[in-house]
Design a protein around this ligand. Structure first.
Ligand code: DON
Length: 395
């Protein structure tokens, strides 16, 4: 059966296509030569269903959108402690290519170039041969995407020839011992990582893999463990959009990462991966139309993570008496999701009911129960049901 999603995505693109603001990221000469017009959006659902609209076939380089995935690979391979020793998790509020390190020598976070180069250098350990490290990284990105990706050697060569600022950053990293390799080599291979090519469908699939706890729903492969995704999504939320992270958080509210090629990906925990692409970027390096696309998606589909979900707290729809075969019972009809906050309130309601009453807890309108909600409810059933005359019945 077709859903209304494809039609909706077309409408979003129509609403954004007239926007002509921004400029090509021509500090990478090859990106200054691309067609500025393509516009695409893709959504990959938690079960692996992919919806795409617009120029879904256009390939472009992943650039900084590789950073969360390589961070995930490093966390998985080297462990949390070793990774935190090399790079922090604090938002810098500075541009992606900021030329500074924290007082302790570490880059602020893995989303800015300094942190991303430090993370790149960790894969395979410091002694790994350069190209082997990059191959491991491209293979890792491919497992997130569910297909074999490759590097655009022209974009790589064009950026590497002019990567003077990244070389300055890598020299700083070498000076404080965060990287042990030749800084020029690390810049080269990090640049190659950034020149891996993708489509919006790839990005949406990569994002949903993070959103679903590390399991790629298209291939079924567990690419990284769930704890890694919690770290990565948190860092995307606070640092993924650099010096526009606050704006992004308030207006869109989805953990995200942008790239100067014009892509933006967003990972909505437990639900979907989203991606947009259009090459012209703003002063932060974010696709202008891509930001608009995300604003639409967030607003229209209610995706902002800080949206207060009323169902989560409005637990009791009614509290009346129902007839049971052997008498009357108090009827508690629960509505919404049983999480810590809502179950805690339910348990207080139950405590107020006289001991001799029978209580029917009606779960027919409960939309979701998380593990802590379930445990609290079952524990309470056992405790409350076992005292006095009261009976608790779950229906
Ligand atoms: O290192 C660079 O400058 C580029 N390879 C990537 C920068 C980037 O994508 C910034 N994000 N919006």
């Amino acid at each position: 059966m077709r859903t209304q999603v494809p039609q909706y995505l077309q409408e979003v693109l129509q609403a954004c296509e007239r926007n002509d603001e921004g400029a090509l990221a021509d500090y990478i000469p090859e990106l200054g030569n691309v067609d500025p017009n393509p516009l695409a959006v893709a959504v990959c659902m938690g079960d692996g269903t992919v919806y795409g609209a617009g120029d879904a076939d256009v390939e472009f380089t992943i650039q900084s959108m590789s950073k969360p995935f390589v961070y995930a690979l490093a966390l998985h391979e080297r462990g949390l402690e070793a990774t935190l020793q090399q790079v922090g998790v604090e938002p810098s509020g500075d541009a992606f290519n900021d030329l500074s390190l924290r007082e302790d020598g570490r880059p602020q976070n893995p989303m800015i170039n300094a942190g991303a180069m430090a993370v790149h250098a960790m894969i395979g350990g410091p002694q790994a041969p350069l190209r082997e490290r990059t191959d491991m990284i491209v293979d890792g990105l491919s497992r997130f995407a569910g297909r074999q990706l490759s590097v655009d050697e022209e974009v790589y060569a064009s950026e590497f020839a002019t990567a003077f600022r990244n070389r300055a950053i890598a020299n700083l990293l070498r000076n404080v011992g965060i990287i042990e390799q030749d800084p020029r080599d690390i810049v080269g291979e990090y640049t190659r990582q950034c020149a891996t090519t993708v489509t919006t469908n790839d990005l949406a699939t990569m994002a949903v893999t993070l959103a679903m706890g590390g399991r790629n729903p298209v291939t079924g492969e567990q690419v990284v463990p769930a704890w890694v995704c919690r770290y990565v999504l948190s860092v995307m939320m606070t640092c993924g959009m650099y010096d526009a992270a606050g704006d992004w958080m308030t207006t869109v509210g989805i953990p995200a990462k942008s790239g100067v090629s014009g892509g933006i990906l967003g990972a909505l925990p437990g639900q979907a991966g989203l991606a947009a692409f259009s090459p012209k970027v703003d002063s932060h390096g974010h696709s202008v139309r891509g930001v608009r696309v995300f604003e639409h998606l967030s607003r229209d589909l209610n995706l902002h993570l800080m949206e207060v979900q009323e169902a989560r707290v409005r637990l009791l729809e009614s509290s009346r008496e129902v007839k049971l075969r052997d008498g009357l019972a108090r009827h508690l009809r629960l509505r919404g999701a049983l999480y810590f906050g809502s179950v805690e309130r339910l348990l207080r309601e139950l405590a107020d009911i006289p001991d001799e009453d029978t209580v029917v807890v009606d779960l027919s309108d409960v939309t979701h129960i998380n593990p802590i909600g379930r445990r609290m409810l079952l524990d309470a059933m056992e405790q409350l049901g076992g005292t006095g005359e009261r009976r608790l019945v779950l229906v």
